[in-house]
Design a protein around this ligand. Sequence first.
Ligand code: PBG
Ligand code: ZN
Length: 322
Amino acid sequence: MFTRFRRKRLNPVLRDLLQETHLSVNDFIYPLFIKSGEGIKKEVESMPGVFQMSIDEVLKECEVLKSLKIYSIILFGIPETKDSVGSDAMCEHGIIASSIRAIKKAHPDMFVVTDLCFCEYTDHGHCGVLDPVLETVDNDITLGNLAKQALIHAQAGADMIAPSGMMDGMITTIREGLDAGGFSHIPIMSYSTKFSSAYYGPFRDVAESSPSFGDRRSYQMNSANRKEAILESLADEAEGADILMVKPALAYLDIVRDIKENSSLPLAVYNVSGEYSMLKMAAKAGVIDYERVMMETMIGFKRAGADIIISYHAKEVAELLK
Ligand code: PBG
Ligand code: ZN
């Protein structure tokens, strides 16, 4: 009988040689919430360290991000006015289109991803146009609007479009719209497997996007379904998505692994607001070693199969990786 060497006395250099998973600042996309106005930098109570910012403040924030070597951001808009269809999102003077132009002008080296959805822009807070009879989103009318929104973002200078509304057929429609508009070089990162989740709670405070009635269960996935979760992502791959995503991340690492094994596309996880707030609040209460728990969580995402991590922790992680 033979035995392997005794890891108890592992040489630290060998420990590094044997490390299977590595975190890098290049893995991260940092979310930003942009509001119209000037000089606004308002911390969100439920998400310490996360702010609603006006465009001028966002430009300063990009400076900070670059000093940390974070070059990828994903933008969320809080418009001045909301209406039944979410017009601000389809207007070249809307909050996101204006933000993209300002950011790309001041920081052409930033990679600007835009979240493509309507829940922050509609007065009812749902992710698209409502069907008055069914009182839920009208999938097909919303598709046309998503293509418009994607084109507005691309024309303003967005580098990647990330549709998050889970509408059926959204990737095909957006791809066709972008190609027809001369933007065949702009990739689509689909929120391809997005669960209906209570972990989005704090996000809805910061993005001011809680549905005024009902919930998103008719278009987001049941968290109990594994096979459907894989099918949803594979359907988006077949429609031409360039990057897939699982959201939320922590409670769905089995799905991350499943999708990674079923698709050769790059895979992102969205480490969502509730996941972030839980660590922050536990740290505040003094019950965890915040930095260690945070890094352990991030490594867990990568070990499960994530290539990209969208996270409110990105700046803190970058600081530690320095
Ligand atoms: C918009 C969108 C949401 C999130 C990302 N894009 C909210 C939602 O689906 O309700 C959630 C992100 C988070 O919780 O951090 N559709
Ligand atoms: Zn939405």
